[in-house]
Design a protein around this ligand. Sequence first.
Ligand code: C2E
Ligand code: MG
Ligand code: MG
Length: 446
Amino acid sequence: MIRPKDTADMAQPGARPGAETLDSLTGLPNRRRFIEKVEALIDQRRSDPAPFAVAIIDFMDFRPINDVFGSEAGDDILAQAGMRLMNATNGETLVARVGGDVFGVLMPMAFNESAARGTTELFCDLLSAPFDIGERTVRVACTAGIALWTTPFQQAAALVRNAETALYTTKKSKSGAIIVHDRAMEEEARRLIRMEQALRNAISAGMVDVHFQPIICFRRNRIAGFEALARWTDPDFGPVRPDIFIDIAERRGLIGPLSRVLFEKALIAMRGWPEDVFLSFNLSPSQLSDASTAANVMAALHRHGIQPNRLELEITETAVMANPGAAARVIADLKTHKIRISLDDFGTGQSSLGRLRELPFDKLKIDRAFVSSLLSDHASETIIRAILAMCHGLGIKVIAEGIETREQAARLVQLGCHGGQGWLFGKPKDTAATAALLNANGLAKA
Ligand code: C2E
Ligand code: MG
Ligand code: MG
């Protein structure tokens, strides 16, 4: 089965000479061969340094294709994509399959940015046209990053990496635009590497922290639980926003160790909370597709003597979409242990109503974007009403995020929200301040 980002066919360091250089599915050169070709061109150009370009083209949402239509359909599309690219190359341009759903293009005659863009756009257009799979047709959007070879010292692997950095930048912006690697990106990439190293050290030294934000039950008009939110202040970088360092951790394989430290600290803090106050903890996309997540969570709860029904795990729809099959299994595992699942940031991602029926969510958290515009924008209120009607029917509780004013809270209560969270009720605070808040609310541990 072909999965996006499959690296089985990528060149491995130290692979034996003469090992396979063609990808068996598409018949295109594989990553190893692609880099060899870039190296060979660099050797040729050293004496006559005319620039050239490399592009990395990636399908944006390929994984759902395998999940929805089956891996054979996925293979079929990739084979057709390879054929389209091959047919469109002239004698000079080389196309390769450099990853699961990722193609590389070497453009020896693209002497400048605009020529490189022109050719890359053409290839992207070819891949964005509908594919026939059996009776159906499917479209998959793609995007690309480009890097130009302009200095004789630049190595092939670094050039390809620059194109991948540009690709990552455009994917992150979700604009779908084709981006050319530039100096600012290089600076940013270096900064991220330094930050990654600092984060790695902070995690192993236990220097990442967790703060808690109250979640209010509207019916009882009291604190029902707290959401754990990661905090990290580095001596050089200062306070780093959690969405930034969580993203680094996620991409660089640090999310497991980071989450373990945070979860451990959160469970220790819970010792000072009354038994009926729950903890809501955010799960990252990779944890949602990791089959050992439920066992790890249960082991930690057991170590701290905390009942699983005091835990809620927040997941986002984007994380579910990244690997729906695996996510469904992890969620089912957690549910058998009576851990509750809430769907975070509802309204910002794909927000498919079908997903609410397919997966056993206990709660849904309406994103702050709707709450902040609730009183000024009629459409936001209509959407919140629709979400509430749907969740009431499905037995899912609804929590509103980012409540900052009394007026917003009053309206949300009137509309039928079960609970809320936001600066009106409290900003995220450290363990000691959280215990003090509970005390001040007459909720000290019995
Ligand atoms: P989230 O899970 O949606 O968390 C809610 C975010 O909204 C938090 O931002 C919180 O501080 C902020 N917020 C809460 N109330 C208000 C309000 O009234 N007004 C405004 N303007 N903002 C409010 P924060 O702490 O910066 O976290 C950002 C995101 O980072 C979180 O969004 C979550 O997706 C992620 N994150 C944080 N901690 C963790 C963690 O431990 N693990 C994982 N996987 N992700 C985490
Ligand atoms: Mg959350
Ligand atoms: Mg949220």
